[in-house]
Design a protein around this ligand. Structure first.
Ligand SMILES: [Zn+2]
Length: 325
């Protein structure tokens, strides 16, 4: 598990990112030549967009100040050896030593939300859930409630990342080191001590506002990418895709939807029937998705029938020794 986690640090370069509402129109332009990455931005109304920002430090670029100390790892739920289970790791930022109980409560609430949603609900008893008790010197996150408010926290979580109010970024290198202190790591959810709606996605690591009940949706969407390998089904209006067939199971360049042929015409949990709907993978034209409006297109929606089965198989493949359907 730990080996895989280290490989993922490299993968983080490919980072997806997530976040929320575009509150200010312009982000500061970095110097030309600065390596860029993108993050998803999530709005409270469920829409998802992308924003570009300078690439963060990688594990090989760690400064001594980025090497973290050992933290206590708390078991929220143990279901079996990590080699036979899916391991979900919660970490927290902006919680002082006196607020470990609050962190536990926030992490538990996010886990409860994940565990209640399909297909996680089917496997919830076969998942290990760990919480790394990261202690911050000060309570809260930066730029909350407004830009310019700074707090001394372990992971430097901050709203207004890239000038986007609801984009909740952190020191990814530190976050992954802490998460890797858990016995196994298949996915990481970082909760921040704030009630403002916010989050971000770094593939297998998502950030969410600990005290905001809507933000758990961000983690659910990101798990679709990192666990299921699902593509985004939203798009930027006016864009056309003109390259080759896509690898992800839920997008295709084939307007007949042959990729998910056995699902065509079937009812789907997000409403309507499975078909080949134009628009997806960031392009309005030339890419087709299986349903009108699934979780990979908008928050507060379920996976569509195609994505649901992909997720089911992906989670199930990590579990042996007693998982049932
Ligand atoms: Zn996404």
């Amino acid at each position: 598990m730990r080996r895989r986690s280290i490989q993922r640090i490299g993968l983080a370069l490919l980072v997806t990112a997530v976040s929320l509402t575009l509150s200010t129109p312009t982000a500061a332009m970095p110097d030309p030549g600065t390596p860029m990455q993108w993050r998803e931005v999530f709005s409270p109304d469920g829409t998802i967009t992308k924003t570009y920002l300078p690439q963060e430090k990688t594990a090989t670029q760690l400064a001594p100040a980025d090497v973290v100390a050992q933290a206590d790892v708390v078991t929220i739920q143990y279901s079996g050896p990590s080699s036979q289970r899916f391991d979900m790791v919660f970490i927290g930022d902006g919680y002082t030593a006196a607020e470990m109980g609050t962190l536990r409560k926030h992490a538990q609430a996010k886990w409860d939300e994940i565990a209640a949603s399909a297909p996680w609900n089917k496997y919830k008893s076969f998942i290990n859930v760990w919480l790394v008790n990261i202690i911050s010197n000060e309570s809260g996150v930066d730029n909350d409630p407004s830009p310019g408010v700074n707090r001394d926290t372990a992971l430097d979580m901050h709203l207004w990342c890239n000038n986007t109010e609801r984009l909740l970024c952190l020191n990814e290198a530190k976050a992954r080191q802490y998460a890797n202190q858990a016995p196994g790591v298949d996915a990481i959810v970082a909760v921040g001590n704030t009630a403002k709606y916010g989050g971000a996605g770094y593939r297998d690591l998502s950030t969410v506002s600990g005290a905001n009940i809507l933000s758990g949706q961000i983690a659910l969407h990101e798990l679709g990418h990192s666990v299921g390998g699902l593509a985004d089904e939203y798009y930027t209006p006016g864009t056309t895709y003109s390259s080759g067939e896509l690898l992800a199971p839920n997008v295709t360049t084939d307007s007949t939807g042959r990729k998910w042929a056995s699902y065509l015409g079937r009812a789907t949990p997000d409403g309507g029937v499975i078909g080949a709907y134009e628009g997806g993978h960031y392009h309005q034209y030339g890419v087709y998705r299986p349903s009108q409006d699934s979780l990979m297109r908008s928050l507060n929606k379920p996976f569509n029938a195609v994505g649901l089965d992909v997720m089911d198989r992906a989670i199930g493949s990590k579990i042996s020794g007693g998982a049932t359907g």
